[in-house]
Write a protein that binds this ligand. Structure first.
Ligand code: PHB
Length: 404
């Protein structure tokens, strides 16, 4: 750890560890209410901007980003999708969100959400320090917690705050600050991962395709007219080096093939990544003056497209609760946060787990498992209750309200 000589000390009501979408959106919402923050992140802005993440926003989340002045761009560069396609048994089945539940989602990549949030912080004069090292969070069980870090230029800084928000993601340090004997970690590992690609190719379909096949799962997503995002189920220890473009396309084509002769439009693959994932929740989400938000507290497999939406829901509730806590209500206002955030967290855990199990083949799967899965898929697309369940969960739930 760096020496204790501190070059600057800054006091703000809220210090935020983590400048991903959760941390920056929280800073933005607090900033709009006149509450100053300092946000720090170990990653550089460039690193975050170039990390590919998921791409689906609930309509409410997209609207919040537009209405709070973060992103007009969603309306221009995003794509509103009124449904998705489930493909199995070699056939296409559309789930019509609009008709079933009157909702839609927006295809707008998390990377772009981050770019818009970082630009909005710049525009509004918010303080965000990227590329910091030696981050330490101190005194979280007091009402004067501190964050110390070394800036990119080597200088040491201390932020004194009333609250510290841990929005530092699934590999962050903040969740570890809740003592081991006071926290519970719930989790589940999966025996597969996703192989993700970006390709220079035209769109293969107007909406997302979630494909089940005996060879495993595939997801056909998009980025723009000219760039496509696709994934296929692979082994967790898969190496990208073993995958030529031809092998990637053969694998994807086999997983979407069917009697309708559907084929993906191919093109140069310019990014290949293996994405491991798991289901995880840590409770409590608050410890003294430290509050966890987003992936720092919970992660879901990407199958249900819930992760970013969940993180942004956390900070919407948290911003409201922190404003009350910093005002007349004091510390007890924070008691509201966990119950309101967790209800959605566990709903999303359930939906993401269900959707993952519905569509992936387990390495030790039997012919029975495969047939049962096809039966379940038939129940989903072939019954109104099944279609409605998927539509309702995928498009999100209304923001949890305060009890009082
Ligand atoms: C994506 O476009 O990257 C994407 C979309 C839906 C998912 C996961 C990822 O469920």
């Amino acid at each position: 750890m760096a020496e204790t000589v501190i070059d600057t000390v800054t006091s703000v009501p809220v210090a935020v560890v983590g400048a991903g979408p959760a941390g920056l959106m929280l800073a933005h919402l607090l900033g709009r209410a006149g509450v100053e923050t300092v946000v720090v992140d170990t990653r550089t802005r460039r690193e975050i901007e170039t990390t590919q993440r998921a791409g689906i926003l609930e309509a409410d989340v997209a609207r919040d980003l537009v209405e709070t002045g973060v992103s007009e761009r969603i309306l221009r560069d995003g794509y509103e999708h009124e449904g998705v396609e489930l493909r199995f048994g070699g056939r296409a089945h559309r789930i019509d969100f609009k008709a079933l539940v009157g909702a839609a989602v927006w295809l707008y990549p998390q990377t772009d959400v981050f770019i818009d949030l970082a630009d909005a912080r710049d525009r509004d004069g918010g303080t965000v320090h990227f590329g910091v090292t030696d981050t330490e969070v101190l005194d979280v069980t007091t009402d004067a917690p501190r964050v110390r870090y070394t800036a990119a230029d080597g200088t040491r800084h201390e932020i004194r705050a009333r609250y510290v928000v841990g929005a530092d993601g699934s590999r962050g340090m903040c969740r570890d600050l809740v003592p081991e004997d006071r926290r519970v970690r719930y989790g589940k590992e999966y025996p597969f991962a996703w192989f993700g690609i970006l390709a220079e190719a035209p769109m293969s379909a107007p909406e997302l395709i979630y494909a089940h096949s005996e060879h495993g799962f595939a997801l056909i997503s998009q980025r723009s007219e000219a760039v496509q995002r696709m994934y296929f189920q692979c082994r967790p220890d898969e190496s990208v080096d073993a995958w030529s473009d031809d092998r990637v396309w053969d694998t994807l084509q086999a997983r979407v093939a069917g009697e309708d002769g559907f084929r993906l439009k191919e093109g140069r693959v310019f990014e290949k990544t293996v994405l491991r994932f798991r289901s995880f929740v840590q409770e409590p989400m608050r410890w003294g003056s430290l509050v966890l938000a987003g992936d720092a507290a919970h992660t879901v497999p990407p199958t249900g497209a819930r992760g970013l939406n969940l993180a942004l829901h956390d900070v919407k509730v948290l911003a409201e609760v922190l404003l009350r806590a910093l005002g007349e209500a004091g510390d007890t206002a924070l008691d509201d946060y966990q119950p309101r955030a967790l209800q959605r967290v566990w709903r999303a855990q359930s939906f993401s787990f269900w959707m993952t199990r519905l569509l992936h083949t387990a390495p030790d799967g039997t012919p029975y498992d495969l047939r049962r899965q096809l039966g379940e898929l038939d129940n989903v697309v072939g019954t109104r209750a099944g279609r409605t369940y998927l539509a309702e969960q995928y498009t999100g739930w209304p923001t949890a309200r305060a009890e009082h």
